[in-house]
Write a protein that binds this ligand. Structure first.
Ligand SMILES: [Zn+2]
Length: 327
């Protein structure tokens, strides 16, 4: 009998565990610095859905969220239920690319230690807040034995997404200036879609696992975009996702698929963020779209955590996909 799972290419599923305060902080809302949390609602919600779907994924966690005992109780559930953790910085500042080497190192190590303490697992992968990254960041990661960075989003639409975001926010001029590279520059669109190595001088290198965008067009298709499209028309969302999967198959691009909390929960449950874009869609509908998307991906891909995806790429065999040419 042919093992169908074995013949499938792989796709990783990861979630950036942005908390209520980090949405408020990016948006410029007062009160974010009291670090309000929705973990008590969101974490049990997502863990139940993932269990139902038989999915094990990677949660990128923000160090600051481990400071409260209440949060730690919920963070612990993530590893107890068989999921994996990654490092999503300590303070979730989307201008990480402007930090010095020392500042980045402090940020990464503080988050790593806090996440290990809270979850019992040492994060071995990193994703920058708001897709921020720099060569210094990569050097810090490599120097501290990280296996991969997952901060790039190869799309030409970053500046457009930023303009849209700013228009919906209450940020001051200075705050906008600090966030001037939020969602990346236009040139990010020229970056590779398949995982590859960043060379860092000598024999130092680190694997980059980009958030997959649509091959050729480089349009994002992570869950936030699919939810947005599904609100216009479910048919349009399915068509868009089908095109993305078709192009990934055609170009043998393994998928790194990204989720955010607000993609899976609505303003009906997180009342504090009910005024946010997209929060008028209720949780039931979001979960329905998420299920639909995962089912589609599952038909063509074996869905794995980021560490498994990394190992597969590194070995280059048995994944039906290879690393892109090294740069
Ligand atoms: Zn984030």
């Amino acid at each position: 009998m042919i093992n169908m799972e074995k013949n499938k290419s792989i796709a990783s599923i990861s979630l950036d565990l942005d908390n209520q305060w980090s949405y408020m902080k990016i948006h410029g809302d007062e009160g974010w610095d009291k670090y309000p949390s929705y973990f008590n609602i969101f974490i049990p919600h997502i863990l139940e859905i993932l269990d139902e779907m038989g999915l094990k994924i990677t949660f990128f966690i923000v160090g600051k969220d481990t400071e409260s005992e209440e949060n730690r109780k919920y963070l612990k559930m993530i590893t107890e239920r068989g999921h994996e953790v990654g490092n999503h910085s300590y303070n979730h500042e989307s201008w990480l690319q402007s930090y010095s080497y020392e500042e980045i190192e402090k940020e990464i190590i503080a988050a790593e230690e806090a996440i290990e303490k809270a979850t019992g697992q040492i994060p071995r992968g990193f994703r920058g807040p708001g897709f921020s990254w720099s060569y210094d960041l990569l050097k810090v990661l490599e120097g501290h034995s990280y296996l991969y960075d997952a901060s790039t989003l190869p799309t030409y639409l970053g500046p457009l997404a930023r303009m849209y975001y700013f228009s919906k926010s209450r940020l001051s001029k200075e705050e906008k200036r600090a966030r001037k590279e939020l969602f990346g520059k236009f040139s990010e669109g020229f970056r590779k879609l398949k995982p590859y190595y960043f060379h860092l001088g000598g024999d130092r290198k680190i694997m980059e696992i980009p958030v997959t965008t649509m091959p050729v067009f480089k349009f994002p298709f992570h869950l936030s975009y699919l939810i947005y499209l599904s609100n216009i028309s479910m048919g349009l969302m399915k068509f868009y996702l089908n095109v993305a999967i078709f192009l990934c198959k055609l170009t043998r691009t393994p998928i790194s698929f990204l989720l955010h909390p607000l993609d899976i929960i609505g303003g009906d449950q997180i009342k504090q963020l009910a005024f946010f874009p997209g929060m008028d869609i209720d949780s039931k509908r979001k979960v329905m779209v998420f299920r639909e998307v995962i089912l589609k991906l599952k038909m063509k891909y074996k869905l794995v955590k980021m560490s498994e995806y990394y190992s597969c790429m590194q070995q280059g065999s048995g994944c039906k996909t290879n690393l892109a040419l090294e740069i």
